[in-house]
Design a protein around this ligand. Structure first.
Ligand code: FAD
Length: 406
């Protein structure tokens, strides 16, 4: 049975992270957006404080915090780590989304290494994050011409003795330019579709592997989004995730790419909800100061209704995210519920941020102010990690599959 009441420890984590987001992250949010970067000394402080709340975590067995601070096993031996991670992530996104996406750590590259890598590969690639300094991992799937159509990737991999030769281009890769390593998805033969996919870890500095342009974006500007170029990149056999036998089973390379999303989609959904809540909190205070306290006028009734709608959308989004997280903690397959949370929360958050601008009138459009920034930041939540349309395809396929005799 799902219980939505926060435990004492969860409430403590929520309060702690909220104070941190309010006192440390929010004050630098607008400047980072203006500069299109988060200063290194700020990142170093975050690492020193062990704030490893990036979207992908270094698992505890490899010296990291693991997803979900404070997620120690309960009486039944279950950790609730996804629920803890949800609570903390919403508060961090409330502070600033680009900071969260830029935090050192494996990022989205973590899940394929964790799920598909051999124990030796996990140790080798996660141990990077134990070293001094700032270290990132990244996830390289998208290509020009292959975004939603994941099966259509063209980056090629050809066997050459004890190496593979990779050629191709990846685009829109979060933290791609500064990552110590990137999980690159390539194909032995595009005709084979999903069965041809292989997942490699390509390390920074490998000859032929370079960073192309850094994208200028409408939103989440302080989060790095990079193009990656692979020209005759020689990658040793040991960097093929899971080893060659792993791929003889069929679509294992493709599955390595997709499995990432079961864990990341509810997380991305709650991040959007965190931004929506930030916009709601800000607007609610604006309404209270400018209308309720200063000049109560009939228009207030309309504003109050809009505020009520905003709050309703935020709470519904959070409940869907928590359900998907609860299922993951219980070991119940959650692909449908993860996609439902992602599809719903993204649209709900866009509506909330748009309403926030509307309520604030011209002030809502002022450049380099919070509400304008959140309005720009939120759009990508209906695009990355699978667009809204793709989520609907996932949901409908699962619904039909669940029908008897289908
Ligand atoms: C800021 C940012 C960060 C990103 N980070 C990463 C990253 O770290 N790693 C990575 O690999 N990728 C990353 N991406 C890429 C992202 O995952 C893709 O942008 C996304 O999958 C959509 O692909 P696309 O942009 O090529 O759009 P397209 O696939 O070209 O889609 C265009 C439109 O067509 C619709 N559409 C496409 N196919 C269908 C269909 N079958 N049915 C109905 N509608 C359809 C889409 O929903 C969309 O509205 C990032 C993108 C952004 C913007």
């Amino acid at each position: 049975m799902i219980d939505f009441e926060l435990t004492g420890k969860q409430a403590q984590v929520k309060e702690l992270v909220h104070q941190f987001a309010m006192g440390v992250i929010r004050p630098m949010s607008l400047q980072a957006d203006k500069d299109h970067r988060i200063p290194d000394d700020f990142m170093e402080r975050m690492v020193a404080m062990r704030t490893m709340m990036s979207v992908g975590e270094v698992p505890q067995e490899y010296g990291g915090e693991g997803a979900g601070i404070g997620a120690t096993p309960d009486k039944k031996g279950k950790t609730q780590k996804n629920r803890f991670a949800m609570i903390a992530a919403e508060e961090m996104a409330w502070g600033d989304i680009s900071v969260l996406l830029s935090l050192p750590g494996p990022g989205l590259g973590g899940p394929p290494v964790q799920f598909t890598g051999t124990p030796e590969q996990r140790e080798r690639f996660f141990s990077v994050f134990k070293k001094e300094g700032l270290h990132w991992g990244a996830y390289g799937l998208t290509e020009p011409g292959a975004g939603s159509d994941v099966a259509g990737i063209k980056t090629s991999c050809k066997k050459d003795g004890k190496h593979w030769i990779l050629n191709g281009r990846k685009c829109f890769i979060t933290n791609g330019g500064r990552a110590d390593w990137v999980v690159i998805f390539a194909t032995v033969d595009p005709i084979q579709g999903r069965a041809g996919h292989r997942a490699f870890v390509v390390e920074k500095g490998t000859p032929g592997f370079s960073c192309g342009k850094i994208e200028e974006k409408m939103g989440i500007r302080a989060s790095e989004t990079a193009e990656l170029v692979l020209e005759d990149v020689r990658v040793p056999d040991e960097n093929l995730l899971g080893g060659e036998e792993h791929y003889l089973k069929g679509k294992e390379g493709f599955m390595a790419a997709m499995k990432t999303f079961d864990s990341s989609r509810p997380m991305v959904a709650i991040l959007g909800t965190g931004i929506a809540r930030a916009a709601y909190d800000y607007t609610r205070d604006f309404v209270r100061e400018n209308y309720v306290l200063a000049r109560p006028i009939p228009r207030y009734a309309q504003l109050a209704t809009t505020l009520a709608d905003m709050k309703r959308l935020i709470d519904a989004s959070r409940l869907m995210c928590w359900r998907a997280a609860w299922m993951a903690d219980e070991g119940v397959p959650n692909a449908k519920e993860a996609s439902m949370a992602k599809a719903y929360a993204a649209k709900a958050a866009m509506k909330v941020c748009s309403d926030a601008v509307q309520i604030m009138g011209a002030h809502g459009l002022e450049q380099h102010q919070f509400v304008e920034k959140w309005y720009r930041d939120i759009k990508v939540f209906d695009i990355f990690e699978g667009t809204g349309q793709i989520q609907r395809i996932v949901i409908s396929k699962r619904i039909l599959r669940e029908m008897p005799n289908f």
